[in-house]
Design a protein around this ligand. Structure first.
Ligand SMILES: NC(=O)c1ccc[n+]([C@@H]2O[C@H](COP(=O)([O-])OP(=O)(O)OC[C@H]3O[C@@H](n4cnc5c(N)ncnc54)[C@H](O)[C@@H]3O)[C@@H](O)[C@H]2O)c1
Length: 441
């Protein structure tokens, strides 16, 4: 089929390239001219494993890029909206871009075309788009088709979905969606048709549940810490129960990224708007905020107890998780300003996310150094803070870390290192829900 994707960010680009792989002809549109120019030359502006190869495979054959909405959609049979829905200052999802584009589409689309929201949109949005089309006398079908891909595994997730959720309210739309995803149906992927509101709410419920698991394990980690128990043992002890499972049960500095924080907040508003008090969701959000604060306090307390040690800290990782360059809502964005305020010099490394960090903090902060080599970041530093669970950090040579740091102190926000090795090398080690301090310290 002839398809268009509007918004060529993490979701839009993966969706566009993925749909091309499913044998559709796809034009991706974005208002960001630089991004589109780069993509037209085959340069993928985000770090996503497998994406450059997929784009290169289809570019100019079944995959096209443009900044013109009209060109992108004029001969499309279906248009996917992969536009941002960022939080407004109160935490509600801002759907301005969706409605702006929906209105423009009424000028360009042929009657009968499908308009599909891939973006995460609050309950009722699809209905409001349908109302807008009616007001404009545009005979268009609206579909809610939320995306569940994970950054860092986005290509794999798009091409091998666990399920596809589709909110439709017309037989025509249902048939067309079946055609778009015919290849997945052939592979036996469950395709769940439901009403618009249920589809919209499914997406929020999925993310809120994942966030709940993270906040849950982080709260247990704090209890473990207070009782000198080891959260890693506890995590395995509960995760091996098949009713619980091990996914999304890793203690950390709290969840970040462009989805979980904003989607939990937006769902809180969705509940409140319907006069439901979201007790659990509010707690999930609160635990997440305090988690970063709690870890920061550990760092500050240690330095408070060692006032003669220079405040020079190496940081490994800026991305909100491994395998992505995305730093949106990453804990580091809160930690860096607080640590700088507290007089720290920071030497930070990340394999791919430093350019995005530089965009936020600039190049002229005298005490913030972006370091290209992970071991070089340790030079002259008095402790190491681990922020992101990149595999290269997990496999790091602890002896080399010990040799380079001026003091053998690790604040491990991801519990990357086995305690027996930490003990053997006599590190002072503060993890999340576990710690080890040699007797002499
Ligand atoms: N990132 C994820 O992991 C993920 C996963 C599932 C769902 N989602 C949802 O998908 C949506 C998009 O997220 P994203 O991470 O891809 O965002 P993004 O910020 O990476 O991409 C959005 C793109 O839309 C473009 N854009 C903005 N206004 C536009 C307009 N008027 N016309 C054309 N293009 C415009 C921007 O330039 C940008 O390139 C959000 O609702 C998000 O919640 C994201």
């Amino acid at each position: 089929m002839q398809l268009a994707v509007i918004g060529t960010g993490y979701v839009g680009l993966v969706t566009g390239a993925g749909l091309a792989e499913l044998n559709h002809t796809v034009t991706c549109m974005d208002i960001d001219e630089q991004k589109i120019q780069a993509l037209q030359q085959g340069k993928v502006p985000i770090h996503e494993p497998g994406l450059p190869q997929l784009v290169a495979k289809h570019l100019g054959k079944r995959l096209f890029f443009t900044t013109s909405l009209e060109d992108a959609v004029k001969s499309a049979q279906a248009v996917f909206l992969a536009l941002p829905t960022p939080p407004d200052p109160t935490g509600r999802a801002n759907t301005r871009a969706i409605f702006q584009v929906a209105e423009q589409l009424t000028r360009y689309l042929k009657p009968g075309t499908l308009v599909i929201t891939k973006s995460t949109v609050p309950v009722g949005t699809t209905e409001r788009i349908a109302e807008l089309f009616q007001e404009k006398n545009a005979n268009l079908h609206v579909v809610a088709n939320p995306e569940f891909l994970r950054e860092g595994k986005a290509v794999h997730d798009f091409l091998h979905p666990d399920r596809i959720v589709i909110g439709v309210q017309s037989e025509t739309a249902r048939n067309q969606m079946q055609q778009i995803y015919a290849e997945f149906a052939r592979q036996g992927v469950p395709i769940l048709f439901m009403d618009w509101r249920s589809a919209e709410l499914t997406k929020y419920a999925a993310n809120a549940y994942l966030a709940t698991r993270i906040s849950f394990i982080n709260e247990i980690a704090r209890i473990a810490e207070a009782w000198s128990a080891d959260i890693e043992a506890i995590r395995q002890g509960i995760g091996l129960d098949p009713r619980i499972g091990t996914h999304y049960l890793y203690p950390s500095l709290g969840y970040g990224g462009s989805c979980l924080p904003k989607d939990v907040k937006a769902l809180i508003w969705t509940a409140r708007d319907a006069n439901v008090t979201p007790h659990l969701l509010q707690a999930v959000d609160t635990v997440n905020h305090t988690q970063r604060q709690h870890f920061l306090e550990k760092i500050l307390r240690w330095w408070h107890n060692h006032p003669s040690i220079p405040r020079i800290l190496a940081i490994w990782g800026a991305a909100f998780k491994a395998n992505t360059d995305d730093i949106r809502e990453a804990p580091i964005l809160e930690l860096i300003p607080r640590l700088l305020e507290e007089g720290f010099t920071l030497r930070i490394h990340d394999p791919v996310a430093l350019p995005n960090l530089q965009k936020v903090f600039g190049n002229h902060q005298p005490n913030l150094h972006y370091i290209k080599d992970m071991y070089e970041a340790l030079n002259n530093a008095c402790a190491l803070l681990i922020h992101t669970e990149w595999q290269i950090y997990r496999e790091a040579n602890l002896t080399e870390i010990r040799k380079r740091l001026r003091y053998p102190v690790i604040f491990d926000g991801r519990n990357l290192f086995p305690l027996d090795q930490i003990q053997k090398l006599q590190f002072t080690y503060f993890g999340v829900g576990r710690q080890w301090v040699p007797a002499t310290h």
